[in-house]
Design a protein around this ligand. Structure first.
Ligand code: ADP
Length: 333
């Protein structure tokens, strides 16, 4: 598909260049030829009246040979242009189509990954219902268990579809994002409030040591960013632990950290945790989470959208620190 489109585009480039070149050559040939013919007529005229003017410097044969040479030269130039522009057009067509091809490959990968993730809860739902239907006499208890399990799978599907929508939205270059001055404290407090119940369930306290810096960004996206980080911190932390958020302003950059005392991330997983659908495949994380590996890739896209940087430091068994560098509102020191 890529190759045939590249060839078609090359053919279009060639058509345009050759059309220009041929029109140009024909025009030059016509002009020069009409001058030659004029000169030929003058020489013929002088032949009939040799005393009227001095003898011509060139003969009619010379002129006709020049005419032929011009024709051959123009033909040669056009063949040269055809070959050169064919090669250059093929190269340029490749470069023009490369970003489109990369985007399509990325989209196909995304669809494959998403379908793969969707298949697991759907297969589980289907097989549970099929097994139930095969039995004849069902007790109310069995029906109850089935419905509970089905509801769990439906919830998983809902989480996945919400994540996919959030990821798609964070990938839109300027979609639905309103950039204004945003208070960092408001953002962190709103995110922490959203996760209050989850934190309480594990008796985790979220401490915040933040001066109110002003950021220039999309408030909803920033709340989502810190919700993802706090949600992970809660998910991967033991009961009764602490999560701390801090912020400082250095050279027009606000450095925000989210520190937890959780299970940490293995060194080998750190380069991949921001990849879409990546989950650290350890028995430790499996015990505590039912995530889809989309949170941090959404977080990274939000940080990128704000021209920021997100980094992570972690020690297995001790905890994890995510640091976000965001440009502060202009004018803030
Ligand atoms: P998930 O939904 O699986 O949490 P994320 O993209 O948010 O997906 O995170 C990717 C992986 O990074 C997780 O599966 C987990 O292994 C690791 N991770 C993220 N945050 C933390 C954290 N605070 N502590 C330990 N591991 C983490």
């Amino acid at each position: 598909m890529f190759q045939s489109t590249r060839l078609k585009l090359t053919a279009w480039y060639l058509c345009i260049i050759m059309l220009i070149s041929i029109v140009f050559s024909v025009t030059i040939y016509r002009i020069v030829d009409s001058e030659i013919q004029r000169y030929v007529h003058r020489i013929e005229h002088q032949r009939h009246d040799p005393f009227d003017s001095p003898p011509p410097l060139v003969t009619i044969q010379d002129l006709q040979e020049s005419d032929q040479r011009l024709l051959i030269t123009l033909l040669g130039i056009n063949i040269g242009i055809l070959v050169l522009s064919g090669a250059a057009g093929y190269f340029l067509a490749g470069r023009t189509l490369r970003p489109i091809k990369d985007m399509m490959d990325e989209q196909n990968r995304f669809i494959t990954d998403a379908s793969h993730e969707l298949r697991t809860p759907l297969t589980s739902l289907k097989s549970e219902i099929e097994v139930y239907m095969r039995g004849n006499h069902h007790t109310a208890n069995e029906a109850d268990t089935l419905l509970k399990s089905n509801l769990e799978e439906v919830n998983n599907l809902q989480v996945l579809s919400d994540n996919l929508i959030q990821l798609a939205q964070s990938q839109k270059p300027n979609g639905n994002h309103i950039f204004t001055d945003v208070s960092l404290v408001t953002v962190i407090q709103t995110a922490a409030k959203k996760l209050n119940i989850a934190a309480k369930q594990k008796s985790i306290t979220i401490e915040s040591e933040i001066k109110d810096y002003s950021l220039y960004g999309d408030k909803e996206s920033l709340i989502q960013l810190f919700s993802i980080l706090l949600d992970n911190a809660i998910k991967y932390s033991p009961l009764k632990s602490k999560i701390k958020t801090t912020a400082k302003n250095i050279d027009h950059t606000v450095l925000i950290t989210v520190v937890d005392q959780g299970i940490g991330i293995e060194k080998k997983d750190i380069p991949h945790i921001f990849d879409r659908f990546y989950r650290a495949d350890t028995s430790r994380t499996k015990q505590v989470t039912s995530g889809y590996g989309l949170g941090l890739s959404i977080a990274k896209k939000i940080v990128n959208m704000h021209n920021g940087i997100i980094t992570v430091k972690s020690e297995p068994g001790k905890g994890t620190t995510f640091t976000i560098h965001l440009p502060s509102k202009q004018g803030d020191a």
